[in-house]
Design a protein. Structure first.
Length: 333
């Protein structure tokens, strides 16, 4: 059994998600200790537990320590299955973080797998569901994984209640991810949403307007705004720059006492940092691609080697017989 220290480097849920996914893919039992040890509330939270239980169902894994607050877990996988699965985080915990656990496993299933996930779709400290759809899924196709998804209902903090259906068509033949040249910039798109109770205040439109105002005038920006029925008040904006060979993404969430203009501006500033770098993969996606880079090979350039990315490199190297190489902000294997 492979032992992994859950407090290493970033020391959060990233270690857990990657270790469990690679354990199932490589059929290597793992023991993870010191889970989220440095956090104000150490141990497993609802979204972590949902991801682990989902992963266990996908491969009939034997589990110990799978409960809220647990700081130690063992995961002993069997053969990966396929089919239809439904998982409820039960809180506003991020469904996109649960997807980071189950998507890599389903990528190696014998046939198509469908997930219905309930929880938070646009919440703090996680990718928005639009980012998953428009950025992650596009890159997944580059290494041979076809994903389709449908948002049935959005979920904001604190109630959640969102619902997303995701269909994973397994990888038939993995491809190396070689992305070192962006190519030509085509356009920039911004997708702004807000709960229906914010429609009179025109929050969704104001977020797009502010995003556009804070981008250079010579950039072509296409803005989209929509109001959605949710259980909690909330808003978000997710944007990307589409290049010939890649996409760079960014997002920002509405918060209490934060104006729609500030939300749009925050998203534009984040995206501009990516555009001004030489990245072919934005810093938010780089860590998510590391396990696939480890499995299939290749290279990409990111804007910043974050602690999440370094942590995922450390975990992934425990399951493969190769080492990653970091040269500036280029990562290769």
């Amino acid at each position: 059994m492979l032992d992994i220290d859950g407090s290493y480097l970033e020391g959060g849920g990233q270690i857990l998600r990657t270790a469990v996914a690679l354990s199932a893919i490589k059929q290597v039992p793992v023991r993870i200790v010191n889970i989220r040890k440095g956090r104000p509330e150490p141990g497993l939270k609802a979204q972590h537990l949902t991801g682990i239980l989902a992963a266990a169902q996908l491969c009939d894994a034997k589990l110990t320590g799978a409960k809220i607050g647990s700081t130690e877990l063992t995961f002993e996988p069997k053969k990966i299955k396929f089919g239809k699965f439904k998982f409820d985080v039960g809180t506003a915990g991020a469904v996109t973080l649960v997807l980071q656990t189950v998507v890599p496993i389903a990528a190696f299933a014998p046939s198509k797998t469908t997930f219905t996930l309930m929880g938070g779709t646009n919440v703090s400290w996680s990718p928005t569901i639009e980012y998953f759809q428009n950025i992650f899924c596009d890159y997944a196709e580059k290494f041979g994984l076809l994903i389709t998804s449908e948002i049935d209902k959005y979920g904001f903090y604190p109630t959640g209640g969102g619902s997303v259906k995701v269909e994973i068509n397994p990888i038939k033949q993995g491809k190396a991810l070689n992305l070192t040249d962006r190519g030509k910039l085509f356009d920039i798109k911004a997708f702004s949403i807000a709960s229906e109770d914010l429609q009179n205040a025109r929050v969704a439109e104001r977020q797009v307007s502010s995003f556009r105002k804070n981008m250079p005038a010579d950039y072509s920006v296409k803005g989209f705004s929509n109001y959605v029925r949710t259980l909690s008040t909330g808003s978000s904006i997710t944007a990307h720059a589409l290049y010939e060979n890649c996409k760079l993404g960014a997002s920002a969430l509405g918060e209490k006492n934060k104006s729609a203009e500030d939300v749009g501006k925050a998203c534009s500033e984040d995206l501009l940092k990516e555009i001004k770098s030489s990245a072919t993969v934005d810093k938010h996606l780089a860590d998510q691609l590391i396990p696939f880079l480890g499995l299939f090979g290749g290279s990409f350039v990111t804007s910043e080697i974050t602690m999440h990315t370094r942590t995922n490199i450390w975990v992934t190297e425990k399951f493969i017989d190769k080492k990653f190489k970091i040269e500036g902000t280029k990562i290769s294997i």
